[in-house]
Design a binder for this molecule. Structure first.
Ligand code: NAD
Length: 237
């Protein structure tokens, strides 16, 4: 299948695309994320009840960014972007591997590890200096009286970011392509239904059949880093 020049392509990526870079997914590990239950590290109540654990968990994830590199799947998406007129990359990932793989304008619907958010003003700022990556709490630079910052992450039970922009892009696309996502986390997992109802062709690239595999027109099972580069070449042929 060749993706026509002039068509509109929306990509949605999940943790699976970063797996070959050495970043753990969580569905692949019995629902645990780096040995933690999601409820203990990725919810507003976890932050309220045990901020120390949550902070250390995310500081570890933030430090890990300095040790991992984009893989061929990230590079393949940067190439696809160059070959398509109207291209939108939405990611559920909080890492920065798409940007480092050459993609621009990445929509991070679940937030980003590189930035931290003031608990009072809600403003975010990039904080990746060495002194920002230690285990002690950090404070904002936006308020006259500095306030504690939290991870700039959308936790379970919170509203994903950029939803208006996301629904607008999915609603007008010709191709909707999901890569490395288990199809369990909503509303991201429901975007394929929006794409289908708007007449887009829907394609999935995943290691295994995910929960919502029935919703796709075309499925490619395998490791994204191994199969996506050739798929992208065939789409751009
Ligand atoms: P998930 O962990 O629920 O599912 C990952 C999916 O990727 C699985 O279906 C698995 O079979 C597939 N997969 C594993 N290795 C793969 C590979 N090499 N190639 C292709 N597919 C592969 O991930 P999700 O659906 O993104 O939902 C998880 C949530 O966890 C998201 O909200 C995300 O923000 C967060 N998270 C992010 C990261 C990250 O930023 N890298 C890592 C872990 C979790």
């Amino acid at each position: 299948m060749a993706i026509m020049l002039g068509s509109s392509v929306v990509i949605l990526t999940g943790a699976g695309i970063s797996a070959e870079s050495g970043v753990s997914t969580f569905r692949d590990n019995d629902g645990l994320w780096e040995n933690h239950r999601i409820e203990d590290v990725a919810t507003p109540s976890a932050w309220e009840n045990n901020p120390d654990l949550v902070w250390k968990f995310y500081q570890t994830r933030r430090r890990q960014l300095l040790q991992v590199e984009p893989n061929p799947a990230h590079f393949a998406l940067a190439k696809l972007e160059q070959g398509v007129d109207d291209f939108t990359l939405i990611t559920q990932n909080v890492d920065d591997l798409h940007e480092r793989g050459g993609s621009s304008n990445v929509i991070h619907m679940h937030g980003r590890l590189r930035t931290l958010r003031c608990e009072v003003s809600k403003k975010f700022e990039e904080r990746m200096e060495e002194e920002d990556l230690q285990n002690h709490f950090l404070f904002c630079t936006c308020c006259a009286e500095p306030n504690r910052v939290r991870p700039d992450i959308v936790w379970f039970g919170e509203m994903p970011m950029h939803l208006e922009e996301i629904y607008e892009a999915v609603g007008r696309c010709d191709y909707f392509i999901v890569i490395g996502s288990s199809g369990h986390v909503y509303p991201a997992a429901g975007l394929v239904n929006v794409a289908n109802s708007c007449g887009a062709k829907t394609i999935l690239v995943n290691f295994e059949n995910p929960a919502n595999s029935f919703a796709f027109d075309e499925i490619h099972l395998g490791k994204a880093g191994e199969i996506l580069p050739d798929l992208v070449n065939s789409w751009l042929d």
